[in-house]
Write a protein that binds this ligand. Structure first.
Ligand SMILES: Cc1cc2nc3c(=O)[nH]c(=O)nc-3n(C[C@H](O)[C@H](O)[C@H](O)COP(=O)(O)O)c2cc1C
Length: 169
């Protein structure tokens, strides 16, 4: 099998697709992210990588919290909207017709329609380069019971510009 020698890249195969909700004072947004993942089991910690120019960047840096919501393949339209429009210009909650659910620990609401939502408290921002890494401790976890019983169907992943559907084997 021929191996291609490509330029070094941090893209994994695949990356998880996340809808990260954030808020600070009266401002709020939902950003689509594919750069990030699991970091530590105890304390439960996730990492998300955000460019400095995103509206969500300052919301999270100032409020010191965020919520990672995991969308399904049925939510591709909303994922695209939250990944191409800025919360500075539009109300993404309204545009996506998402239901705001009150979080239990943080102030930012989570997305009712997503099967998983992880409330996170910001522990650290690691300045890296194009993106900075936000490390968040998961302080509350909301999971759809049915979705868990069905063993996590319809998960959306992203591999170098291509959306994929993950399947259990
Ligand atoms: C599939 C997909 C993945 C994305 N992943 C990231 C990411 O990991 N980090 C990032 O800073 N922006 C990412 N973006 C771009 C942001 O979602 C986009 O710039 C968004 O409009 C920013 O919203 P905001 O300005 O309200 O924060 C991604 C977009 C898409 C469609």
């Amino acid at each position: 099998m021929k191996k291609l020698q490509e330029n070094p890249s941090s893209a994994l195969y695949p990356n998880p697709v996340m809808l990260v909700s954030s808020s600070h004072k009266r401002k709020e947004s939902i950003i689509t992210l594919a750069w990030g993942g699991t970091c530590s089991s105890s304390p439960p910690t996730v990492g998300i990588a955000i460019r400095k120019n995103r509206f969500s960047y300052d919301l999270i840096a100032n409020s010191k919290e965020f919520v990672v919501n995991i969308p399904t393949t049925e939510m591709l339209e909303e994922v695209e909207l939250c990944g191409t429009k800025s919360g500075l210009d539009i109300d993404k909650w309204k545009e996506c017709k998402f239901t705001k659910k009150k979080s239990t620990v943080v102030k930012t609401p989570f997305i009712q329609e997503c099967p998983v939502s992880m409330e996170c408290k910001l522990k650290q921002i690691v300045e890296l380069g194009t993106h900075d890494l936000f490390l968040g401790e998961v302080v509350a976890l909301h999971l759809n019971e049915e979705w868990k019983q069905e063993k996590y169907p319809n998960m959306l992943t992203y591999t170098r510009g291509v959306y994929c559907k993950s399947e259990k084997i």
